[in-house]
Structures are given as structure tokens and as C-alpha cells.
Ligand binder design. Structure first.
Ligand SMILES: *Cc1c(COP(=O)(O)O)cnc(C)c1O
Length: 438
């Protein structure tokens, strides 16, 4: 049968015969033939409880019967209100919630909010963003500008806006001439210097806790907190992206709280609805929000909104999801699963061509290299992603690599037995694939 679907980030000439997934139950995805695959990437890092979770399905059904959608333009709805209250209670220093449909738009909202904050305050020169290298914030024009991954986005460069990028400390690849500690300090000094020498900086933007899409870099202790303090000292807005790392992925409910850092604006997405419906939220502090208040004719209000902003189906799903975090005490369960993953690291590091393993909470990145001593990357001709994917399929696992990094990002509620199946399988998959690569 001819397919008319164009897949994301996919060379359509090489990838054919996609598995057609028709059902999900628990941690498993089922194709039309009845084969099942363990969802090793939580359906792109967003699934929390596994598929078809009763409580969530019940909420979605009930909400669909009651109110499927009504707009937040001049109206509100009970679900959007309730979720916003819960989010503000969870997230320290946050006061208002702005809804959007996905992570990219949530980060667009963050950026526009920061720009208009300064505009409304009469500081019209403050229009520049400072970020970390290898950050990722989405695929729209604005978010590609903020989180510029060269391998992905070089072809769109002519239309991206310019951003000042500070190196991001990755323990595995410390530049020659530095210890890791020195290099961290070097990055912090650079931020300080950019802020001191430029009076046009609107905001500093970074992922909270770890950079994922840009190569699974977990920040060293204190790094995020120190940046938060530098921003505060220089009066620069501090914008965090917790789209992938909030709600338990790194083992904490609110990662910026765990990092002891205080943002002015923060975005959540991915696991907000447990992976059941598209929804994202940008939270703003009172300081930021207050700058948007005034007489109507002053035109200080925020010029942003989407058709589905505050969609009650999505908000109801998120409310039930958050209540399940409490009911099942998932954060303490994650600690056990994370400790299990931690215990398997040495074994994975010993594998041929595994250069580095980076792990925190329910996130593990296994970097495959062509030479362990030289840490040299594997070239695209080797088709690592295809090889890993195909071998994983034979092992009944759905795995996706990011470049040369094999990602384990399972649903948070994965059972011990399934986590073992995933880790054992991954070790075997890497052994088989790297044998052929050499
Ligand atoms: C996934 C992701 C985004 C973009 O979210 P989408 O829902 O894919 O648009 C932004 N930032 C981070 C850190 C992400 O992981």
C-alpha cells in the first residue's frame, strides 16, 4: 500500500516499510500483526504511565462528553483554571500560566514574553538572547534560533536571528588546557562578561537540568544555580526550558527547584499530559506578568494566542496526570529505577565502542564512538540510527538514537522487569551493531 505520510527527521528514500502501530497497552506498542515492542523512548520522551492507562482514558472520555473545546479568547474554562492553579502551586516563584500546544510554541511564548516585558518597561533596546551551545528548544524559526543544533538547522540559517552562545560544559569532551572545573568556571565567566559588556540582553535561555536533544549533557552540580544568580545580578531575565526534564524525567518533579535556581519564565510540555494529548504551558513570575498590566489603550497586553490555547480535553488530562503522580508516588519509584540504571553503567561502559554513558533519573545517553581513546565520532555513512533501530526491532524494543547516542528514555512508571528487559536488550543491541561497525 502506498503511504502518503512524510515522517519527521527521516530520509524517506531509505526508510520504508514503517511498523504500523495500531494499539498501545502498558509499556508496549503493538503493530497490525500483533507483534509488540517495548516503548524505550516513551513515544518521544512524553509517556509517563504507559499506554491506555485507565484513569486517564476515563478522564478523556468524560471530558469529551462534557466540553471538548472552548476558547480562552474572552472566556475561560474550568479545566484550564484548575490546571493553572495546580501548576502555580507546584512551581516556585510562578504566578500565571500561558497555554500553548507543544514545546516549540511554549518556547516561542517564552521568548516573546521576554521581549515584550522589556518593551513594556520602556527598555526597547533589550532584544538579544544569550543561550548555551548545543541547546535545543524546538523546530520553529524562533526556537531554532535559540537552540541552534548545527547538524539539524544549518540549512535554515539565513532566516534565524542571531544569538550569543556560551559553551556548555560536557565532562566527556573538555577542551584541551582545562580541567572540568576550570571549564565550567570559564563558561560562567563568559556569561558574566557578555552581560557586563552588553546592555541589550533581554534574557538568558537554557534547558533545565540537562541538554537532551543537543547530546545528553547533564549539567554539573551548581552550574544552573550559578547562572540563575548571574542573571539576577545583572537584571537579565532567566528563561528555563523544562519541557523534557520536568515532571520526573530527571528524578524530580520540578527540576529547577532541585537545581536551586529561580527562573522568571519556565516552560513545561512533553509529560504534562502523560503523553496523551498535545499541551504545553509557559509559566511567568509576578514580576514578568505585572509588566503586561495597564489601560487597554496602552497596548501592553500579550499579543499571542492559539486556536487551542487552554483546550479543556488536554487540561483535564493533565490534571488527572498530576493527581496520579501523587496517588502512585511516582517520584520515589523513579529513584529505585534510576538506581537500577546507575548500577548497569559500568557494564555498558565496558562494551566495545561505547565512549561514554550519561545518566540522570530516567534518562540515559550511551555515546558510541569509532575509537574509544580518540573519542572520534561515527560518521553518518555508518547509518548508526538505522542499525540500532533495526537491531532493536529484532529485540522487540523501540529505540531511537540521537546522532551517535543511544537514548533510553522509558515511560516513568516502567516496571523493574521491563526495565531489565530494556537494559539487557540495549546491551545486546549495541554489541551486535558495534561488531559490524568495526
Ligand atoms: C521536545 C523539546 C522541545 C520542543 O517540544 P515539541 O513539543 O517537540 O515542539 C523544546 N525543548 C526541549 C528541551 C525539548 O526536549
Amino acid at each position: 500500500m502506498q503511504s502518503h505520510v512524510w515522517h519527521p527527521y527521516t530520509q524517506m528514500k531509505e526508510w520504508r516499510d514503517f511498523e504500523v502501530i495500531i494499539k498501545g497497552k502498558g509499556m508496549w506498542l503493538y503493530n497490525s500483526k500483533g507483534d509488540r515492542f517495548l516503548d524505550g523512548v516513551a513515544s518521544m520522551w512524553c509517556n509517563v504511565w504507559g499506554h491506555s492507562k485507565n484513569e486517564i482514558v476515563r478522564t478523556m472520555t468524560m471530558q469529551a462528553k462534557k466540553l471538548q473545546h472552548s476558547s480562552l479568547f474572552n472566556l475561560t474554562n474550568d479545566r484550564a483554571e484548575e490546571l493553572a492553579s495546580s501548576l502555580v502551586k507546584l512551581a516556585p516563584n510562578m504566578h500565571k500560566v500561558f497555554y500553548s500546544d507543544d514545546g516549540s510554541t511554549a518556547m516561542e511564548v517564552s521568548a516573546k514574553m521576554a521581549l515584550q516585558y522589556w518593551y513594556n518597561k520602556g527598555e526597547k533596546k533589550k532584544t538579544k538572547f544569550v543561550t548555551l551551545e548545543n541547546g535545543y528548544h524546538g523546530d520553529t524559526i524562533g526556537t531554532m534560533s535559540l537552540g541552534y543544533v548545527p547538524a539539524f538547522f544549518s540549512r535554515y540559517k539565513p532566516v534565524l536571528f542571531s544569538v550569543t552562545r556560551i559553551p556548555s560544559p560536557n565532562k566527556y569532551r573538555v577542551p584541551i588546557g582545562f580541567t572540568f572545573d576550570e571549564f565550567q568556571q570559564h563558561c560562567l565567566d563568559k556569561i558574566e562578561k557578555v552581560f557586563s559588556q552588553n546592555d541589550n540582553v533581554a534574557a538568558f535561555v537554557m534547558e533545565s537540568g540537562a541538554q537532551i536533544a543537543g547530546g545528553v549533557t547533564i549539567y554539573p552540580d551548581g552550574f544552573q544555580r550559578k547562572i540563575s544568580k548571574i542573571c539576577k545580578r545583572h537584571g537579565v531575565l532567566f528563561i528555563l526550558d523544562e519541557i523534557a526534564t520536568g515532571f520526573g524525567r530527571l528524578g524530580s518533579m520540578i527540576e529547577y527547584q532541585n537545581q536551586k535556581s529561580i527562573p522568571d519564565i519556565v516552560s513545561f510540555g512533553k509529560m504534562l499530559t502523560a503523553g496523551y494529548l498535545p499541551l504545553a504551558a509557559t509559566l511567568a513570575s509576578k514580576k514578568v506578568y505585572d509588566a503586561f498590566l495597564g489601560q487597554n489603550q496602552e497596548m501592553k497586553h500579550f499579543f499571542h494566542g492559539h486556536t487551542f490555547t487552554g483546550n479543556p480535553m488536554a487540561c483535564a488530562t493533565a490534571i488527572t496526570n498530576l493527581s496520579l503522580y501523587k496517588k502512585y508516588n511516582i517520584i520515589s519509584k523513579i529513584k529505585k529505577s534510576a538506581a537500577y540504571l546507575q548500577r548497569r553503567i559500568d557494564e555498558i561502559l565496558e562494551l566495545d565502542l561505547v565512549g561514554d554513558v550519561r545518566h540522570k533519573g530516567m534518562l540515559m545517553g550511551i555515546e558510541i564512538v569509532s575509537d574509544k581513546d580518540k573519542k572520534s565520532p561515527i560518521t553518518p555513512e555508518k547509518r548508526m540510527q538505522q542499525r540500532i533501530f533495526n537491531e532493536a526491532k529484532k529485540h522487540k524494543i523501540y529505540l531511537r538514537t540521537l546522532g551517535n547516542i543511544v537514548m533510553l528514555v522509558p515511560p516513568l512508571a516502567i516496571s523493574q522487569k521491563e526495565l531489565e528487559f530494556l537494559t539487557d536488550g540495549t546491551i545486546d543491541i549495541i554489541k551486535k551493531v558495534t561488531k559490524k561497525l568495526k
